[in-house]
Design a protein around this ligand. Structure first.
Ligand SMILES: C[S@@+](CC[C@H](N)C(=O)[O-])C[C@H]1O[C@@H](n2cnc3c(N)ncnc32)[C@H](O)[C@@H]1O
Length: 273
């Protein structure tokens, strides 16, 4: 096991049974401007729906960094999709398989423990590739986009959400972000993601800045007593930043930097024509 694998296991690893019978959410809520505020659990589902809005019913989807299967179960239940979920951390894959069994979705959901950098799927296998909050952790994004493009059918596309560095951000912001996330975060600028997708053949790229409509809004809401369980899927002993005291400090110091877009959060979409 490499030190990268160990750190990932330390951050995201779970003991079986640890997350209970219902799938918790690791997503922000999504609050489109001008729409009435909905409860956070509904807004978290809205977030998934928004990232995956291009996906058509009955598709075959690859979910990179699927964790315990929240997004794949949503796709199977709401869009009748078949999904292959991959994740580096084996214990999450075991949980995902348990959920598939529990919700009677084993015929549609398959999970494999696999590092995204080692993806080698055959040509034209999937209708769509998705990845929610994962690529930031992946050091060799070239390998991921190259195989994603190859493994997509023509007319399909890739949809992902990720934290990003501001266009004018310095090396120092990148270094601070890497340090507070145990040196397993490799943040990129939106322009760098766009260049990477074009390099590997993707076209019709769409980007959406959800820094305020997802990240900041959820941070602000998670202060409320009724929403404090929203951080439960993050284990406090691993996610030092999810401890209430640290979170308050982060809200105080990191929020202004988010508002200035030294960093932020984006949705991405690109097609294989
Ligand atoms: C923030 S979680 C997001 C989980 C999930 N996509 C979701 O939306 O709930 C990041 C996930 O990426 C996985 N991950 C990180 N690096 C990876 C890699 N190189 N290959 C595969 N999975 C990876 C982690 O194990 C973790 O489950």
């Amino acid at each position: 096991m490499t030190s990268y694998d160990k750190t990932m296991e330390q951050i995201y690893g779970l003991k079986l049974g640890e997350i209970g019978d219902e799938i918790p959410s690791r997503h922000f809520g999504f609050y489109p401007p001008g729409e009435p505020e909905i409860p956070l659990p509904d807004a978290q589902k809205r977030y998934i729906r928004e990232v995956t809005k291009h996906i058509k019913k009955g598709s075959y989807v690859l979910d990179i960094g699927c964790a315990f299967g929240e997004t794949s179960v949503w796709l199977a239940r709401n869009l009748d999709c078949r999904v292959l979920g991959i994740d580096l951390v084996e214990s999450q894959i075991k949980h995902a398989r348990e959920f598939a069994k529990k919700f009677d979705l084993e015929d549609r959901l398959e999970y494999r423990a696999l590092n995204a950098c080692d993806m080698d799927f055959p040509e034209e296998t999937f209708d769509y590739v998705i990845s929610l909050g994962v690529l930031v952790h992946v050091p060799d994004k070239d390998a991921v986009f190259a195989n994603a493009f190859k493994a997509l059918k023509k007319g399909g596309g890739i949809a992902f959400s990720d934290p990003i560095l501001g266009e004018k951000s310095s090396w120092l912001t990148k270094q601070i972000a890497a340090t507070v996330t145990f040196n397993v975060s490799f943040m990129q600028k939106v322009s760098e993601y766009e260049a990477l997708m074009k390099k590997h053949g993707f076209s019709n790229i769409e980007t959406l800045d959800v820094t305020e409509t997802a990240f900041v809004k959820t941070w602000d809401l998670s202060k409320a007593e009724k929403y404090k369980t929203v951080l439960e899927p993050f284990k406090y002993e691993n996610y030092f930043w999810a401890r209430p005291s640290i979170l308050n400090l982060a809200r105080m110091f990191a929020r202004p930097s988010l508002m200035k877009r030294n960093w932020g959060w984006y949705f991405f979409w690109a097609e294989k024509e």
